[in-house]
Write a protein that binds this ligand. Structure first.
Ligand code: GLU
Length: 472
């Protein structure tokens, strides 16, 4: 049975690249009728951030990437948190020492710095030849040590990556890296092998940063007599042609996108397309559809560029599908910072904004004109198509104010009737009326819709204010 895993280190927010790895591992397992496992790789104690594990649980739950086994859901192969598996790694490291595939190393930081200063590009196997009895005595005497992998000095290692094909690496290019650190915890380089084996992982899906270190891991699989898993490495997601999307650059993570007003289904959908496309090149896909369609043929060998404009477009398709109630419920949280919206009929505002919203933070931009009224610009009355200008507005507005006062409940028809009676085009009347109400060339609704949004008193105040400006 196919078993995949997502193995994040709890170092902060779940960024776009991490979420994509989780998504592909999930999809690969689901498509094959297999299991998806969550494992927390927290053995680098200094990088662990409080709360990050809970954030991972929450994000996977919210996005629908349900894991079959994991720290908070249990499973036969636990514990699923690496710091709780410390002794397991130590026991396996000892086996590697027995077989000569690993060795104790006592080199100090100063010595390691010195050999690099002297031009070494990797560790020089200095401690490899310390007899084991001597090493054990030094350890018993309290000396600090690490356990290093003993990489053969010569030879080539190769394996087949399911996306990239055959990958060959010369052993000479690999270093005897640390397997067990001086604090007794394993490094990623060791723990990933032990856990992927013990947890029965059949397909390892992760970023291409591990493509060239995988031969080291394969040596460990072989030395321990473990069957090697299949590998699927994923190209990075780029910010632009040169730079990776990265946490350090403050590039967006899942929580930021939610705060910006993206919908989770759209985020997942867009992230899926960063490195994979279905055969029919469809772009809008639900998670269920992806579970059916996911296949490695569609996984890209080249990096993808994160395009927020495209993500906004995709999000707008999901926003359009929301019911009026659902849109309004979500929009309310995004209206809150804008004090100028107080007192308006927000439910009605939502009906006007729904079709114009790509992401929910757009409500700020789309309604900013409401606040910018007193600074009235009479030049906006000039419209070449309708042949209107401030002088015409000065002539019309006293009548338009009367229409609004007397026929408020029937405003749309009354404005049309006024146009017909006084020999204006409807468009002329509506333009003048709407500009006078809003001081904005483009608004999320027409003349009578804007009037309804403001209500009678505020509309009359605005019309009179605009009249004051054109006759001034
Ligand atoms: N803990 C590793 C990381 O966060 C996981 C790499 C892997 O999936 O093997 O990069």
């Amino acid at each position: 049975m196919v078993r995949t895993r997502f193995a994040p280190s709890p170092t902060g927010f779940l960024h776009v690249g991490g979420l994509r790895t989780a998504l592909y591992a999930y999809l690969y397992a689901k498509k094959a009728g297999g299991k998806f496992i969550l494992r927390i790789e927290d053995t680098d104690l200094e990088r662990t951030v409080p709360g990050a594990v809970e954030l991972i649980y929450r994000t996977l739950r919210e996005t629908g990437l349900k894991y079959d086994e994991g720290p908070d859901v249990g499973g036969e192969y636990g514990p699923y948190i690496q710091t709780q598996r410390k002794q397991i790694y130590i026991d396996y490291a000892k086996k590697l020492i027995e077989s000569g595939d690993a060795y104790y190393c006592f080199c100090t930081k100063e010595r390691l710095e010195q050999i690099h200063k002297d031009g070494a590009t990797k560790y020089d196997k200095h401690c490899l030849h310390i007899p084991r009895e001597e090493a054990e005595k030094r350890i018993a005497a309290g000396e600090k040590y690490v356990i290093r992998q003993n990489i053969p000095a010569e030879g080539v290692s190769s394996y087949v990556d399911l996306v990239f094909g055959e990958i060959k690496v010369d052993y000479n290019d690999l270093e005897d890296n640390v397997l067990i650190k001086s604090d007794g915890y394993p490094t990623y380089n060791f723990a990933n092998v032990i856990d992927d084996h013990l947890m029965g992982i059949t397909h390892v899906i992760r970023g291409t940063e591990y493509l060239s270190s995988t031969p080291k891991y394969n040596l460990l699989y072989d030395a321990l007599g473990f069957e090697r898993p299949q590998y699927i490495h994923l190209q990075p997601i780029m910010r632009d042609a040169h730079q990776k999307l990265s946490k350090r650059h403050g590039d967006a993570n899942y929580e930021d996108f939610i705060a910006k007003g993206f919908l989770k289904d759209a985020i997942v959908n867009y992230i899926a397309l960063l490195g994979w496309s279905p055969k029919d090149n469809r772009e809008k896909l639900t998670l269920e559809e992806m579970e059916q369609l996911f296949s490695l043929d569609g996984v890209s060998k080249s990096a993808s560029i994160f395009d927020e404009t495209k993500m906004r477009w995709l999000n707008s398709l999901y926003v359009k599908e929301l019911s009026e109630e659902e849109f309004h419920k979500r929009a309310l949280a995004f209206y809150a910072p804008y004090k100028y919206l107080n007192g308006l009929d927000l439910e009605y505002l939502s009906t006007l904004l729904h079709s114009r919203t790509e992401v929910f933070t757009d409500v700020g931009k789309l309604t900013a004109f409401i606040e910018n009224f007193e600074n009235f610009d009479t030049a906006l009355f000039t419209n070449a198509k309708w042949k209107t200008d401030a002088a015409l507005a000065a002539k019309m507005l006293p009548d338009l104010i009367k229409v609004a006062e007397n026929e408020w409940d029937n405003l749309h028809d009354a404005l049309n009737a006024y146009a017909e009676r006084d020999g204006y085009k409807k468009g002329q009347v509506l333009w003048v009326f709407r500009i006078a109400l809003t001081n904005a060339a483009s608004t999320p609704g027409g003349a009578s819709e804007m009037a309804r949004l403001f209500g009678k008193d505020e509309s009359l105040r605005r019309l009179n204010y605009a009249l004051g400006k054109v006759i001034a």
